[in-house]
Design a protein around this ligand. Structure first.
Ligand code: HEC
Ligand code: HEC
Length: 165
C-alpha cells in the first residue's frame, strides 16, 4: 500500500517536472536580435546595444529625453519611432556626432605626448561642451561682479590724491 502510494507520487512528480519543462521550453523564446534600420553616422559594424548605449549617454550629456531628437510613432504617439528622421533635431545631432568625431580624429588623437606621460587621452564627448544642456552657451554670460571699491576703472587715485568721483 505504502509502496504503491510512493510509486504514484513518483509518477506524479515526474509528470509535474516534465510538464514544467515543456511549459518552459515554450515560454523561452529566443529574443530576436534587434536590427538597426536607418544608420548614417555610426560605423556599419556598430551593434544595436552599442547604439543604444550611446543614446543613453546623449540623454545624460544633453539633459534631454529620447523624444528631444526622435519623432513619435504615427499610430502610437506615446512611443518614439527611432529610425524615423521626422524630427529635425536628429539631423543636427548627426552633424554633432560628425563634428565630434572629426575633432577627435584630426586634433585630439594626434596630440604628441612624451613617453613618460601615461595619462589617458581625454577625447571630446558631447558633454565636453553640453554639460547637461541641449543648447550650450545659449545664455549670455552673467555680468561680471562690480570691482571692489577703489580698483575699478577711473577709481584709482586722482592726480589730486582723492579716490573715486
Ligand atoms: C541628441 C539626440 C538624440 C537623443 C537624445 C537620442 N537619440 Fe537615438 N538617435 C539619434 C541619432 C542622430 C540617430 C541616428 C544615428 C545614425 O544615423 O548613425 C539615432 C538612432 C537611434 C536608434 C537606431 C534607430 C535605427 O535606425 O534603427 C535607436 C534605437 C535610438 N536612437 C534610440 C534612442 C533612445 C532609446 C534614446 C533615449 C534613451 C535616444 N535614442 C535618444 C539621436 C538621438
Ligand atoms: C565643441 C562643442 C560641442 C560638442 C562637442 C557637441 N556639441 Fe552639440 N551643440 C554645441 C553648440 C554650441 C550648440 C548650440 C548651437 C545653437 O545655438 O543652436 C549645439 C547644439 C546641439 C543640438 C541642437 C539643440 C537644439 O535644440 O537646437 C543637438 C541635438 C546637439 N548639439 C547634440 C550633440 C551631440 C549628440 C553631441 C555629441 C555627439 C554634441 N552635440 C557635441 C556644441 C557642441
Amino acid at each position: 500500500m505504502i509502496l504503491q502510494h510512493r510509486k504514484k507520487l513518483n509518477i506524479l512528480l515526474g509528470l509535474t517536472i516534465a510538464g514544467a519543462l515543456i511549459v518552459q521550453s515554450f515560454n523561452i523564446q529566443q529574443p530576436k536580435p534587434k536590427k538597426l534600420v536607418n544608420i548614417k553616422v555610426f560605423p556599419a559594424t556598430a551593434t544595436y546595444q552599442e547604439v543604444d548605449h550611446a543614446m543613453d549617454q546623449f540623454k545624460v550629456d544633453l539633459g534631454v529625453k529620447c523624444n528631444y531628437c526622435h519623432a513619435p510613432e504615427k499610430d502610437n504617439p506615446r512611443k518614439n519611432d527611432m529610425p524615423s528622421d521626422a524630427n529635425p533635431v536628429k539631423e543636427i545631432a548627426r552633424d554633432m556626432i560628425r563634428m565630434t568625431n572629426e575633432m577627435n580624429q584630426k586634433y585630439i588623437a594626434s596630440i604628441k605626448r612624451s613617453d613618460s606621460d601615461t595619462t589617458k587621452i581625454q577625447m571630446i564627448t558631447c558633454n565636453t561642451c553640453h554639460r547637461g544642456v541641449p543648447k550650450p552657451f545659449g545664455k549670455p554670460l552673467p555680468a561680471p561682479p562690480p570691482p571692489p571699491p577703489g580698483q575699478g576703472p577711473n577709481q584709482g587715485p586722482k592726480p589730486n590724491g582723492t579716490v573715486g568721483k
